[in-house]
Design a protein around this ligand. Structure first.
Ligand code: PLP
Length: 398
């Protein structure tokens, strides 16, 4: 019999009933150190007092009114984002997938409104932009995500990640946009090198093609800057955000330059919940906290600390781990054993990690995690790796 919850996930047999900071607790009181943060969502940890306050204050005033009216908190959050990023304008969504849908529509509408027939979008292997029909159509090579869901939305070309020559030869006079994650998340924590980021921008400047960044996972201070592309000095024309912006409340958005957004006039797009007062009260608090230079400095210091510890871990367990990847607190451990085995072994140590493609274990902790908790996570990973080494030794001797 089908479970009452549609069984599209392979869930771990773990259920948490409370959380505080970087720790989660099950019903029976067992504590787990959370290095996944709900897949890069809980940027301030669980039950962050500042966010609980922002949520409860707003919950007593006004939750939802619809975008038929002015929403001062939405205006406030949009102003904060415009002031602190490349963007001139923002549309709020409830998720990354909805941001993907708008990014596609915005890019196509831009060219349409100029009277130019450019509708095609180039994406990259290992990319993940969400699960809507549009977002899966963008990654036709991802067989697990697209098989059986056709016909897919036409107009996407998915090419080898970071191959600039192939990219140049894929561009035609129909190309509307290039769409990329500055740091791939699901694809295995792969930062696009600065030289390629710059080359992408130069190529788009030459051709007029729009550059879309998906910062749903790598954005909102995750890499130690408010948005990951800032490290390269390169800015996009359109950018998706979600995950961290709500700190656990469903919130996302599309940021754009005035030029790129010029086709999106009244009546061309909408969302019932997107940018409602409750979500925006929380988003504004998240941005206020994470965009503080002292907060960002602390993220970078912790990232340096963690990276060094992880390099040590890889050196100690060369049979289990291959290398450390990532930027800031968006870290990956490329594994030599199946990374799912490491995730399981970490569960046994009461440590939560997240698997990714390319056999990479993801570490995406709360950005305000303490150095003690980071060190504890590495201690537990060390024990998890030891248990795998013992198992493989036993398998060999038997
Ligand atoms: C999670 C994710 C999405 C999809 O976001 P949802 O909120 O799950 O719809 C899109 N792009 C990237 C890079 C992501 O990590």
């Amino acid at each position: 019999m089908i479970p009452s919850v549609l069984p599209t996930y392979n869930r771990a047999p773990l259920a948490f009933t409370r959380g505080s900071g970087s720790w989660l607790e099950t019903e029976d009181g067992s504590r787990y150190l959370d290095m996944g943060a709900g897949i890069a969502v809980n940027v301030l940890g669980h039950a962050a007092p500042e966010l609980v306050e922002a949520l409860t204050d707003q919950a007593q005033k006004l939750w939802h009114v619809s975008n038929l009216y002015q929403i001062p908190l939405q205006q406030k959050l949009a102003d904060m984002l415009v002031e602190n990023t490349f963007a001139d304008t923002v549309f709020f969504t409830n998720s990354g997938t909805e941001a993907a849908e708008l990014a596609i529509k915005m890019a196509r509408k831009y060219w349409y409104s100029k009277g130019v027939d450019r509708t095609e979008i180039i994406t990259f292997d290992g990319a993940f932009h969400g699960r809507s029909t549009g977002a899966i159509s963008a990654v036709p090579h991802a067989e697990k995500m697209v098989k059986g869901f056709g016909p897919l939305l036409p107009g996407f070309h998915q090419i080898a990640w970071g191959d600039m020559d192939l990219l140049k030869s894929t561009i035609t006079d129909k190309t509307a946009a290039i769409w990329i994650e500055p740091v791939q998340g699901e694809g295995g924590i792969r930062p696009l090198p600065e030289a390629e980021m710059k080359a992408l921008r130069a190529l788009c400047d030459e051709t007029g093609i729009l550059l879309i960044f998906d910062e749903v996972q790598c954005g909102v201070a995750r890499t130690g800057k408010l948005f990951a592309h800032e490290w390269s000095g390169v800015t996009p024309d359109i950018m998706m955000m979600a995950k961290g912006i709500g700190g656990g409340f469903p919130l996302g958005g599309v940021l754009a330059t005035e030029e790129a957004a010029s086709g999106m006039v009244a009546g061309t797009h909408g969302s019932t919940y997107g940018g409602n007062p409750l979500g925006c009260a929380i988003g504004a608090k998240v941005i206020e906290i994470v965009n503080d230079p002292a907060f960002l400095d602390a993220v970078n210091a912790k990232a340096g600390f963690m990276r060094q510890k992880l390099e040590g871990l890889v050196a100690t367990h060369p049979e289990v781990f291959e290398e450390v990847r990532g930027m800031g607190l968006m870290l990956g451990l490329k594994c030599k054993v199946p990374c799912g085995d490491v995730v399981q072994a970490a569960y046994a140590q009461h440590l939560l990690t997240v698997p990714a493609a390319d056999n990479v274990l993801r570490l995406l902790p709360a950005l305000n995690i303490s150095e003690e908790d980071l060190a504890e996570a590495v201690t537990r990973l060390d024990k998890a790796a030891q248990s795998l080494e013992v198992q493989s030794l036993e398998a060999k001797t038997n």
